[in-house]
Design a protein around this ligand. Structure first.
Ligand SMILES: Cc1cc2nc3c(=O)[nH]c(=O)nc-3n(C[C@H](O)[C@H](O)[C@H](O)COP(=O)(O)O)c2cc1C
Length: 141
């Protein structure tokens, strides 16, 4: 039996919304990192987060840094940002240093002030949900 988790860090609510939609389809209750969830043995850890001033939220980096080595097998990054250019690179490098494989990352359309207002919309969220669901489908093949 595989054990999968979803964690998210969200400043303006987009990642929370995306994590909830993904959780609904994967039948996983997402954890906000502010509740300091304990990460036990996990096969796939989905990390949903935005980009702020070119990087991830510092509290997400602190959280990921504190994940015990060898608890997580694989991680999947679901990133929302206004420019759709920047991934969660610092999260990625912390995980890689811990020996955790990053399966894939999707950049989803977010928004910032008047830039790409209205995103993530239904289509963006569906795209993230399908991405996550396909990763798990691929894993059981
Ligand atoms: C203070 C702030 C800074 C941001 N900086 C960037 C940025 O550097 N690059 C980018 O592509 N998007 C940037 N964005 C857009 C966010 O990454 C995007 O809206 C994301 O969906 C926010 O996720 P959240 O609602 O879960 O916090 C910024 C948003 C805010 C609020």
């Amino acid at each position: 039996m595989t054990k999968n988790r979803i964690i998210y860090a969200s400043k303006t609510g987009h990642s929370k919304k995306m994590a909830a939609a993904i959780g609904k389809v994967l039948d996983i209750i997402p954890d906000n990192i502010t509740s300091n969830p304990v990460i036990e043995e996990t096969d796939f850890l989905f990390i949903v987060g935005g980009i702020y001033g070119g990087g991830s939220l510092p509290e997400l980096l602190t959280f990921v840094q504190a994940i015990e080595d060898k608890k997580v097998r694989k991680a999947v990054l679901i990133t929302s940002c206004a420019a759709k250019k920047q991934g969660q690179d610092s999260v990625r490098s912390i995980l890689e240093d811990k020996g955790i494989t990053i399966v894939d990352e999707i950049l989803c359309q977010g928004s910032f002030l008047f830039m790409k207002i209205g995103h993530p919309n239904k289509t963006d969220i569906t795209e993230a949900v399908n991405f996550a669901a396909n990763i798990l489908k691929g894993a059981v093949k």
